[in-house]
Structure formats: C-alpha cells, structure tokens
Design a binder for this molecule. Structure first.
Ligand SMILES: [Zn+2]
Length: 384
C-alpha cells in the first residue's frame, strides 16, 4: 500500500474556543475545513492541515444568522446593503423583516436574494406595498392588505418566504390595528407560517396585542423603550411571561429606535432573554447606532447576557425559526457547510442604545469569516 502524503485537511482553525450551541460544544478545539464543508471538529487536527490559522484567544462560532433586518436595497429607501452590512460582518444568512410586500417581492428576489452569496429569506409584509419608506405607513390604506396576494407570493416562493410581518405602530396601521392584525393572523394561519408583529408605538398595551398571538409568532423589539413595552416598573409583565410560556417568541430587533438599555438591563437580569437576537439593520442605522449583528450582540452581552446565550440566539435559534436548519445554518459540525465566524474582542468602546444612553464595553469583531469554506473579506467596525 502506498501512503497518501496529501494533508488530510485544506485548512484548520486551530485552538479557538468553539461555541456551537446546537451541539452544546463550548471548548478549545480545532475546526478542519475541506472545500466547502466542515471536515471535523476536535483536538489535534492542525498536524494534518495544508494551512493552519491560529485562533488562540478567539471564539469560533457558526456563521451568524440575522433574524431581522431590512436589506431591500434599490427599491425600498429602508434597505441597507445586504453583503456590506451583514456578510462582511460575519453573517451568512439573514431574514428581511417585512421590507418587501407581495407587489415588490419579485424585485426583492431578483435584486437582493439572487445576487447575494448569503442565504436570504423573508417575512413578507402583509401590505402588498411592503415597507418602501419610513415616512408613509404601508397600511394607512387598509386595502393594501390583500390576503390572496400575500398567500400566493408565499406559496410560489417557499424557499424565501418564511413568515409574514405587520408593523403595529400607530403611524402604520392607524385606528384599524385590530382588524389588520386579525387578517394578518388569518393569512399566516392559512399559509402555516409565523407572523412577526412589530411593537413600539402601538396604540394598545402589549398584553392586548399578545392575547392575539399564536405559538411561534414573533414579537419584534422586545427591549423597546417606547410606551407599551414588556416591563411594568422593573419587572417583566406577567402577560409577557405567559405569552412566552405558550410559545410566543421575542426578538430583540435593536433598530434605530427600539433598544433601550433601561429596559434590556433589568429584563436580562431577570432572565428574560430574547429568543432571537437581531440587529434590525436598515438604511438609516447600519452606519450607527446599530451597525450590525455583532454590535447588537456586544451590547446585550455587556448588559449581562451570557455569550453562549447570545450566540445561540444569533445562530441556531433563528436558523430554526427560519427553517434553515436543514440546510446546515446555525451550527458547526462535521459534514455541514463551512460557514464559520471567528470573533475577537476589542478594548472597551462606547456603545450607544437607541435612547442616547451609552455603555462602555468590549466589542465583538469578526476576525475571520468563512462562507462555504471561502474567506470573506471583512470590513472594520463602522463606529471607528
Ligand atoms: Zn425591522
């Protein structure tokens, strides 16, 4: 028998702390990559590698999954550039949360989903218009909610449409919020998909909205500092805990105006973590104060969310919610696609919330990003 001299692995990420909540891994290990696939996760793999990348002192995470963003560039004034704001900052899969509606979905697919190397899915806005411009509420004319159009778009695009979105702000739904919410829930039920409901600036107290939601539906902006949030004083409202208990999900969705440290800190201290940790990046915040998903993670970690919990909520949890688990997103394991985000911590910097408060804390930064095994050219933090 002849001995094969070729190294067993193309590339090994050596000696980083691998955090893969999907498998419960949290240990100093090597990650070996062959082509587009994770070949192995284990000890002592570097000896068999063509190329070794030293990850000592860094965290090696599954490629991040952004559960809530706005990346319908070119058509919507709200859309941030998908790859610049996400892929080059460590995100390999993302869900656009209601920027496209049925009438603009074809453009979303052609201009955003298809050209991006990222895996992009969406929550389809229940208004056929989608979110074109923050100044004009997409449901002020309630006739723009056309259930048949939304249902047809979802049925024709099951690879992309993974839920529906309604923004319940007063300046979006006006006085018709209850009727519009009910119609949205009906169509989500018919499609067998979750409904994401945006809170903050709702006209009604949160428990009134929560009463309508089904297990699997998502409340976006759970740490908003606006009226009708999750807290009563410093305590999480019993109706919020009850909703979580029966399966309603909570998404942190930072956004330009919906993360308040004064809400997030006591909530996190009491163990009320988001189910999905997302940035809610858009055209008006990707250069600050939101920047990107890792910055949103840094802020909640600074407020006391354990890093492993933050990673779970930006990898496997949104991958489950978005139906991307079967494609190997949100996890780091042998045989899966080689989507890897290696993260390092900076010296403390001032991190702002949406209310003008600041916390000084280390920033999580992408040190190396692999997408399908290929190295992505990262960009520096835009807050510098
Ligand atoms: Zn949003």
């Amino acid at each position: 028998m002849t001995e094969d001299k070729k190294p067993r692995y193309d590339r090994v990420l050596k000696g980083g702390t691998v955090i893969d909540p999907a498998s419960g891994t949290n240990a100093v290990l090597d990650v070996a990559v062959n082509g587009t696939t994770i070949a192995a996760v284990g000890e002592g793999l570097a000896a068999e590698a063509s190329e070794v990348i030293d990850c000592t002192g860094r965290w090696v995470l599954p490629g991040l999954v952004e559960g809530h963003t706005h990346i319908f560039q070119y058509v919507s004034a709200v859309g941030a550039p998908a790859d610049e704001a996400h892929l080059r900052r460590g995100v390999v899969a993302a869900a656009d949360a209601g920027t496209a509606g049925a009438s603009t979905f074809a453009a979303f697919r052609k201009l955003v989903v298809e050209p991006s190397p990222m895996r992009i899915v969406n929550f389809l806005n229940v208004s056929v218009l989608g979110l074109i411009d923050f100044r004009f509420g997409e449901l002020m004319n309630p006739d723009t909610l056309v259930p048949d159009d939304a249902l047809a778009t979802a049925a024709e695009n099951p690879d992309v449409v993974r839920g529906f979105k309604i923004r319940l702000s007063e300046d979006v739904v006006g006085e018709n919020w209850q009727m519009l919410l009910k119609k949205s829930l009906d169509l989500a039920e018919q499609a067998g998909l979750p409904l994401m409901v945006h809170i903050g600036e709702t006209s009604e107290p949160l428990p009134v909205v929560l009463d309508h939601l089904r297990p699997g539906d998502v409340v976006a902006h759970c740490y908003t500092g606006k009226e009708h949030g999750i807290l009563d004083g410093d305590a999480v409202q019993p109706a919020v805990l009850a909703a979580r208990e029966r399966g309603v999900l909570f998404d942190s969705a930072h956004g330009k105006s919906n993360l308040s440290f004064e809400v997030a800190r006591p909530a996190i201290e009491k163990g009320f973590y988001p189910d999905v940790l997302s940035s809610d990046t858009s055209a008006r915040n990707w250069r600050g104060p939101v920047f990107d998903l890792l910055t949103s993670m840094s802020k909640l970690v600074a407020l006391g969310l354990p890093l492993t919990e933050a990673v779970a909520r930006a990898t496997v949890r949104p991958a489950q919610l978005l139906g991307l688990e079967a494609e190997g997103y949100g996890r780091l394991e042998a045989g899966g696609p080689a989507h890897v985000t290696v993260v390092e911590e900076t010296d403390p910097v001032a991190l702002p919330d949406a209310a003008g408060n600041s916390i000084t804390a280390p920033l999580l930064q992408p040190a190396l990003v692999l997408h399908d095994g290929a190295e992505v050219e990262t960009v520096p933090w835009r807050g510098l």
